[in-house]
Ligand binder design. Structure first.
Ligand SMILES: Cc1cc2nc3c(=O)[nH]c(=O)nc-3n(C[C@H](O)[C@H](O)[C@H](O)COP(=O)(O)OP(=O)(O)OC[C@H]3O[C@@H](n4cnc5c(N)ncnc54)[C@H](O)[C@@H]3O)c2cc1C
Length: 463
């Protein structure tokens, strides 16, 4: 074979390979647009409210179960038209991960699976007429209703938290935190005299996984990305505090992993204070129960979660702190065809006799989504052998920067670079958008050789 023929063959192979890759990354939807029957015309209408971990899992599972049936229609209603892949949200702060890939296209994923999607905010439910009422009085009918509205921050009535702190409850919040750090660097680089300590002090309140990851991400942003671009600011003047009211950070982790995480934070010069209860936050300081104050104009609140307060308008039995009351099959007490899962539901942990609840985590919401999908199908088919939910914790992964993590997976504990690589692989394969998966993988590969850009394109940290 001459050189020209070999070249032609290689080019042909490349074209075929690209076409196969394109197809794998862009799966075909179950229905072509003109084939899809309207949701309202199905005999059994399954309405899922919330397109997060719980809602998305339920909807896609039901779609799988009814692939060969034409009597069950699935509609998802959510406030956002994207799926927030929460474990990667802190990574947005250091620009390790692009916000657009963490906010994955929900509409496309659901339509590909065979469901319908409407962006709307639920306001109330009429159980007699079996309709939910959304913003603007829009009504959506259902035969089976699954509620998975997630959670929201809890400020525990501490004065000043709501007014003066940044939150870590979504993609926009993570962008706001990054913008705040950049803004402070820009501001300080213009100051001629003494710089008030409060400008370059960042206080993260809450020593759970979100707080630990956020403090680490701020450290990476400052030292890896900003420091070289602001030669007149010594990065060691930046102080990062991590405050936890309990005696330990990461209280749900094994003590050895906790210790490894704390050592890493201390090595990064992050000031970890445990048993440190914030009692008030003002414009320029955090007051602690001990009487100590920390001068800071940059406070990030990650310390508390509660169920989405929309549940209080739904006329269902609920507990203010833990969510809608469900039985072990995840059916709402007193309602044959209403189910609740995830962070907005009070789900008993069957493994414990002492009334312990299932924790509000993504893995719990996903497992509940699988069970509720099966129970909904059994109910539609008139079966009464419903499955009880039993939580099977798979472990916990906490990333502290791109080269260190503390992981516990099925009882195996490991830390360091290998754990960080495991963190990345484990979450990469769990992303439901193949496009986001490919883009994040490409970003990580490029990130190993390129420094992230640190521009503040839109908005300020106050918006
Ligand atoms: C920063 C952060 C990091 C986290 N990291 C991890 C982790 O690493 N591992 C882990 O296991 N867990 C993690 N969690 C917890 C995890 O994200 C939640 O437990 C999980 O998302 C719960 O799933 P859900 O379906 O109940 O709610 P969500 O996934 O939050 O979904 C809620 C859905 O409801 C919709 N919605 C809300 N209000 C309305 C309304 N009024 N009308 C219509 N739709 C509405 C939203 O748009 C969204 O689609 C993290 C949480 C945070 C905040």
């Amino acid at each position: 074979m001459n050189g020209l023929a070999k070249g032609g063959l290689a080019l042909g192979g490349m074209v075929v390979g690209m076409m196969a890759l394109k197809r794998a990354l862009n799966p075909r939807p179950r229905y072509a647009p003109w084939e899809k029957p309207p949701y309202g015309e199905f005999d059994h209408k399954v309405l899922v409210v919330g397109g997060g971990f719980g809602g998305y899992t339920t909807a896609t599972d039901v779609c799988k179960f009814v692939q060969d049936r034409d009597d069950v229609g699935v509609l998802v209603i959510a406030r956002d038209n994207f799926f927030t892949f929460w474990p990667m949200v802190p990574g947005i702060v250091s620009s390790d991960i692009d916000a657009r890939n963490v906010a994955q296209p929900l509409r496309r994923a659901l339509i590909t699976a065979g469901a319908s999607f409407r962006r709307a905010e639920i306001r109330s439910v009429d159980y007699e007429r079996k309709v939910i009422v959304a913003d603007g009085g829009l009504e959506f009918p259902f035969d089976q209703l699954i509620i998975s509205l997630g959670g929201q921050p809890n400020f525990f009535g501490i004065p000043g938290v709501e007014q003066h702190s940044l939150l870590m409850r979504g993609v926009e919040d993570a962008e706001r935190i990054r913008n705040r750090v950049i803004e402070r660097f820009e501001e300080v680089s213009l100051i001629r005299g003494d710089v008030p300590e409060s400008k370059l002090t960042f206080v993260v309140i809450g020593g759970g996984a979100t707080g630990v990851e956020t403090a680490s991400e701020i450290h990476s942003l400052v030292h890896e990305s900003l420091a070289p671009d602001y030669p007149n600011i010594d990065p060691h003047r930046v102080r990062i505090f991590l405050l936890e009211g309990l005696p330990n950070i990461l209280p749900e982790l094994d003590p050895a992993l906790r210790k490894a995480a704390r050592t890493r934070l201390v090595n990064e010069r992050i000031d970890v204070k445990t048993g440190a209860m914030a009692t008030e936050i003002t414009e320029n300081c955090v007051k602690l129960k001990s009487g100590e104050t920390i001068a800071s104009e940059n406070v990030i609140w990650t310390a508390g979660n509660r169920p989405n307060q929309t549940i209080t308008d739904l006329g269902l039995p609920y507990d203010e702190r833990t969510g809608i009351n469900v039985d072990l099959t995840l059916r709402v007490e007193g309602h044959e065809n209403v189910w609740a899962i995830g962070d907005c539901a009070t789900v008993m942990d069957k493994r414990h006799a002492d009334g312990k609840l299932v924790p509000p985590t993504a893995q719990a919401a996903i497992q509940q989504g699988h069970v509720v999908a099966r129970n909904v199908m059994k109910t539609i088919d008139g079966r009464d052998d419903l499955e009880e939910f039993e939580y099977k914790p798979l472990g916990q992964l906490v990333e502290l920067g791109s080269d260190f993590a503390v992981n516990e997976v099925m009882g195996v504990r490991f830390t360091g670079l290998a754990a960080a690589l495991f963190w990345r692989m484990a979450y990469l394969v769990r992303l439901n958008s193949p496009q986001s998966r490919a883009r994040i993988a490409a970003d990580w590969v490029l990130g190993a050789v390129l420094r992230p850009a640190v521009t503040q394109v839109r908005g300020t940290s106050k918006e």
